[in-house]
Design a protein around this ligand. Structure first.
Ligand code: SAH
Length: 218
């Protein structure tokens, strides 16, 4: 009972931290409340699952900080009619959050090991509107395009053209942009009816790099 009460308090504090930091979209807060982050981190890190920090996962990658997950989801302005493309599945946590709000999520990961683990995890947890593909996210998923929303969860030096092409008219893309070692920012793009891309620079962040090609090692 004491352990359960402690877990409840931890989840309440998790929500409070997100609200205090400015997350106000109810659908995003609900999704963050519903998805059990402890299932997406390494077993050794389960105790830190609700701390507002990024944590290491397999293949030298990271599961993003909860605040950044919530912030990017809020900025994506995603809703129930949307089909979403995510690049950088990692643990599958961000895909799970998106799946609670959107109609369908397609997520691409360059490490087969991570893609397979995330696919199994999402299936076990019942997130059945997510498709995880192993491949090069720079190429997107042209056979499933266009997408209403695109989220990239690894930092690119420049906006990947192929992903812009796969964005529907009126669609939005949120991605961390910037060089590997210097300041990266979340950037939000909106594709206008005339094809014009409106660009907004948002908060400073630190992400692992978006690397070209599917990983050769597992
Ligand atoms: N969204 C993840 C966090 C991802 S970390 C989560 O919620 O856990 C970034 C991920 O992007 C890493 O797993 C990395 O392997 C992947 N990645 C990097 N470059 C990629 C590319 N070109 N295509 C697909 N995935 C890529």
């Amino acid at each position: 009972m004491a352990a359960e009460a402690a877990a409840d308090i931890e989840r309440m504090e998790f929500q409070l931290t997100l609200r205090r930091r400015g997350i106000s979209d109810q659908a995003v807060l609900r999704a963050m409340d519903e998805v059990p982050r402890e299932h997406f981190v390494a077993a050794d890190d389960a105790e830190s699952a609700y701390a507002d920090q990024a944590l290491p996962i397999a293949c030298g990658q990271t599961i993003s900080q909860p605040y950044v997950v919530a912030y990017m989801t809020e900025q994506l302005e995603v809703g129930p009619p949307h089909r979403v493309l995510e690049i950088g599945t990692g643990s599958g946590y961000q895909a799970a959050i998106l799946s609670r709000i959107a109609r369908e999520v397609v997520s691409i990961e360059r490490y087969r090991t991570l893609a397979d683990a995330a696919r199994n995890r999402l299936k076990t947890l019942g997130y059945d509107n997510v498709t995880v593909l192993a491949g090069d996210g720079f190429l997107g998923a042209p056979d499933r395009a266009p997408f209403d929303r695109v989220m990239v969860t690894a930092a690119a030096g420049k906006i990947p053209d192929r992903l812009v092409e796969q964005l529907a008219e009126g669609g939005k893309m949120v991605l961390p942009l910037g060089p590997r070692t210097e300041a990266q920012h979340i950037v939000k793009l909106t594709k206008k009816a005339n094809g014009e891309l409106v660009r907004e620079k948002l908060i400073a962040v630190r992400f692992v790099p978006l690397l070209p090609g599917q990983a050769r090692e597992l």
